[in-house]
Design a protein around this ligand. Sequence first.
Ligand SMILES: [Cu+2]
Length: 190
Amino acid sequence: MRVAVCALALLVVAAGLVLTVGFDGAVQAQGNDPNVVMLDNCSHTDPGYGAFGGCPEGSALRGYRGDVTVAEFFELLTSPLTAMGQIIGHPSWRNEPSYITVRAGQAVRVSNRGGRVHTFTEVEDFGGGFVPPLNGTMVPAPECGANGVPNPNVAFVGVGDTQRLEGMDAGLHKFQCCIHPWMRAAIRAE
Ligand SMILES: [Cu+2]
């Protein structure tokens, strides 16, 4: 079962990586805009990540410490103290800060300082992503896609890249990673 799950995850992550190529996320990596950082501590010394799109060593140059193995990632995906199929997710896969307040219309930079590909996708309601093995019992957020197929509007942020969010209306905006759906954030624009 675990092998089948891993194989499926590999397929969908590989699909995501192909889509990453077209994303010009490197623009506006610098600036004074408020900044949210997407993080994970995947271990580049664990060859297991090779089957899931890799975990480049280069991230370490930005003060990144990669010490989470693939085995530990899956170990902490769930907990024996929760209902069967409920996803907890490894806490190292996270957004920092996960809540900020900005002025309406103010740009926000979202940078990937981890070693894995992430998305920072605005959703109406928090839910699962498009990678079924990482969703557990969560229903995929429609903005993310489903069944291993990302919504065409999903912007993948590669390792070291930055996405710039612009023109946020006043109100509370919810964001999540469409691959690792426990990576959530909210931005209040006022
Ligand atoms: Cu992610």
